[in-house]
Design a protein around this ligand. Structure first.
Ligand code: NAD
Length: 385
């Protein structure tokens, strides 16, 4: 409690507008919730176009040093992928340099927003998606390339597995360490937030030594490190004796999130499954545009909107800041300032129900009236308790 130093990366495109709006709401929420006893002190870290203009580099060494040595929590606006800067994407670079191995996406419904399903309010899940392995390892070779031919001939001749010589090939690495640290984070979250269950989602019926291994290692962590907090008996799910740890095959899980969403709470999964499932869930509550997220490692947590820079809206004060505001609320949760985070959720609920929203949400809410990015953040501030 007291003053907490936090960092921010403004971002490109609509980044500076939504970041200013988010910082304003977060400051106000902390001030109101704790009657001025707590506060956030913001420090800027330069990255993206602003860094290029001011320091001549998209990701200056000075910024990397601050992130490595000083920062624990960062609120990050979206960044454009610069052309010819020597790395695929600034977002990927940050994830890799700081080993932000857990991508966390909470998904809940905000009343008033149109949804494609009948009972969107039954969705309240947090997806923990592994962020460094599986397809994100990015290891693949084009069909007929010398590398693909070499690998295929090794597989055929040395490992005696059938594979069409004309294939493009990719490698899907999944490790014990990578799986266990992700599931450990999910279980810690479930315990801290008194969640009823954690579900390991995998495709282990087909890929036993990658997806199946993820499930086995996940159960191992639950049994060996969280044994006194967990149980594994589906029938005892509601008996109040700790967190139910279960697993589902990915295709079944996609049915379950539609048919029985209220039976799932925390999901821990591999990279590709997590990619699909977090977007499917966000679409289910009609809120892809306001979905928050975070990429978290052991030393650094980066809280960021799931949308991009929306260049056509840059500088027009018309973007929706809610995704970054809710990512900021995740940061407050991470700091243990749960009440301020809840206050923000309730204020956004009230604001959406008042039907004064930005253009993207207005399309999903009948009879709504349009406000800009800064006005929306003022309305949210006025709805804070
Ligand atoms: P985008 O999310 O920027 O835009 C897609 C569409 O979604 C927009 O046309 C807009 O209609 C709508 N939208 C998204 N967020 C909105 C908001 N807050 N308010 C109002 N409307 C919103 O995706 P894109 O066009 O594919 O990408 C544009 C740039 O953003 C690219 O350079 C991409 O690399 C970058 N990007 C960055 C991140 C990140 O930093 N994490 C994520 C995605 C894309």
């Amino acid at each position: 409690m007291g003053k907490e130093i936090v960092y921010y990366i403004d971002g490109d495109g609509i980044g500076p507008e939504v970041n200013t709006a988010a910082r304003k709401v977060l400051d106000e929420a902390v001030k109101k919730t704790y009657s001025g006893e707590n506060s956030l002190e913001w420090k800027e870290v330069f990255a993206g176009e602003k860094a290029y203009q001011e320091k001549g580099e998209y990701l200056p060494q000075e910024s990397l040093r601050v992130l490595e040595k000083k920062a624990n929590n960062v609120l990050k606006g979206p960044l454009t992928t610069p052309v010819g800067a020597g790395f695929r994407s600034l977002n990927v670079a940050l994830r890799q340099i700081f080993d932000l191995y857990a991508c966390i996406r909470p998904v809940r419904y905000f009343p008033g927003i149109q949804s494609p399903v009948k009972n969107p309010e039954k969705v309240d899940m947090v997806v923990f998606r592994e962020n460094t392995e599986d397809v994100y390892a990015g290891i693949e070779w084009e069909a007929e390339s010398p590398e693909a031919k070499k690998l295929i001939s090794y597989i055929r001749e040395e490992l005696h597995s059938e594979i069409d010589p004309a294939s493009g090939v990719g490698i899907k690495p999944i490790t014990e360490n990578g799986s266990k640290r992700l599931v450990r984070k999910a279980l810690n979250y479930a315990i801290e937030h008194s969640k009823p269950s954690t579900t390991l989602v995998h495709k282990g019926n087909i890929m036993k030594f990658t997806e199946g291994a993820f499930m086995n290692w996940g159960y191992e962590v639950a049994r060996d490190e969280f044994g006194s907090y967990c149980h594994f008996d589906e029938d005892a799910a509601n008996s109040g004796n700790g967190i139910l740890v279960n697993d589902r095959i990915a295709d079944n899980m996609f049915q379950q999130i539609l048919t029985r969403p209220d039976e799932y709470s925390v999901i821990a999964t591999t990279n590709l499954n997590g990619d699909y499932i977090s977007d499917a869930l966000a679409a289910q509550v009609g809120g892809l545009g306001i979905a928050p997220g975070a990429n978290i490692g052991d030393d650094l947590a980066v809280f960021e909107a799931t949308h991009g820079t929306v260049p056509k809206r840059a500088g027009t004060d018309s973007a929706n800041p809610c995704s970054l505001i809710l990512s900021g609320a995740m940061m407050l949760d991470h700091l243990g300032w749960y009440k301020a985070s809840t206050n923000i959720h309730q204020a956004i609920e009230k604001t959406i129900l008042s039907k004064k929203v930005t253009g993207d949400l207005a399309r999903q809410i009948q009879g709504s009236s349009l406000v800009g990015c800064s006005e929306l953040s003022d309305l949210i501030c006025s709805n804070l308790d």
